[in-house]
Design a protein around this ligand. Structure first.
Ligand SMILES: Cc1cc2nc3c(=O)[nH]c(=O)nc-3n(C[C@H](O)[C@H](O)[C@H](O)COP(=O)(O)O)c2cc1C
Length: 200
């Protein structure tokens, strides 16, 4: 079944939104650094509060000196499949910002919201050029902070595994049945004019 049959939008959105998904089965195709930077370039153009651009990225590609260290950032479950990814990106955000021309460092309550927008742009760009990006919250943030010397005023938001989607047979057995694009709850359960709805 193709992805558009599995994921049918209720309103006429661009196909890119339903065609992006988060596979775990990756081929062992390597990714060149220019492609990683192309994907991160899209993230750079995300909107942010005060245009503060609080997102930061550190990446490693498979079969480089950094790879084993980046794999050690993931929990056991995520490591069971993400070892075949072509790259892992650590997404961080700065909790403070400075208004241009001023010295004072102000709190930025939107730092995670803004980094989330950047992640979404990253994922869409990857998908548009034939790669897949899979966000990972199952990570060890303390370990990442210490290994990469991340300063205290930066939050570690998530990691992202980037790879080329492959056949589910590439996965450990216990993950194969899950390797299908997911659906979404109906829009009426989460959006309404003038009143709060929570259809969960
Ligand atoms: C912030 C974030 C953290 C996630 N963490 C994990 C994770 O640790 N392991 C995993 O296998 N998937 C993880 N996912 C993937 C989600 O389960 C997936 O995005 C969701 O089920 C929707 O599916 P789709 O991305 O294919 O549309 C994460 C996604 C996001 C956005």
């Amino acid at each position: 079944m193709d992805i558009q049959t599995l994921r049918t939008p209720s309103y006429p959105i661009d196909a890119q939104f339903v065609e992006r998904w988060s596979p775990r089965a990756f081929t062992l195709d390597p990714i060149d650094e220019r492609t990683v930077l192309t994907i991160l370039e899209a993230a750079r153009w995300a909107p942010s509060s005060y245009n503060s651009q609080p997102w930061r990225f550190v990446y490693a590609r498979r079969d480089t000196d950094h790879w084993d260290s980046f794999l050690s950032f993931l929990n056991d479950f995520n490591r069971s499949w993400a070892g075949r990814a072509a790259a892992i990106v650590v997404v961080m955000s700065k909790r403070t910002f400075r208004i241009p021309g001023k010295d004072e460092e102000l709190s930025l309550p939107t730092h995670s919201f803004d980094a989330g927008a950047a992640w979404a742009f990253l994922a869409l760009q990857a998908s548009l050029i034939g790669w897949s990006a899979h966000a990972l919250a199952g990570i060890n943030s303390d370990h990442i902070r210490s290994k990469l010397s991340i300063p205290d005023d930066f939050s570690i938001e998530a990691c992202v595994a980037v790879g080329r989607a492959g056949d589910a047979a590439l996965l450990p057995h216990f993950l194969r049945a899950k390797e299908v694009p997911s659906d979404r709850r109906p829009l009426v359960d989460m959006a309404a004019e003038g009143r709060f709805v929570d259809g969960t």
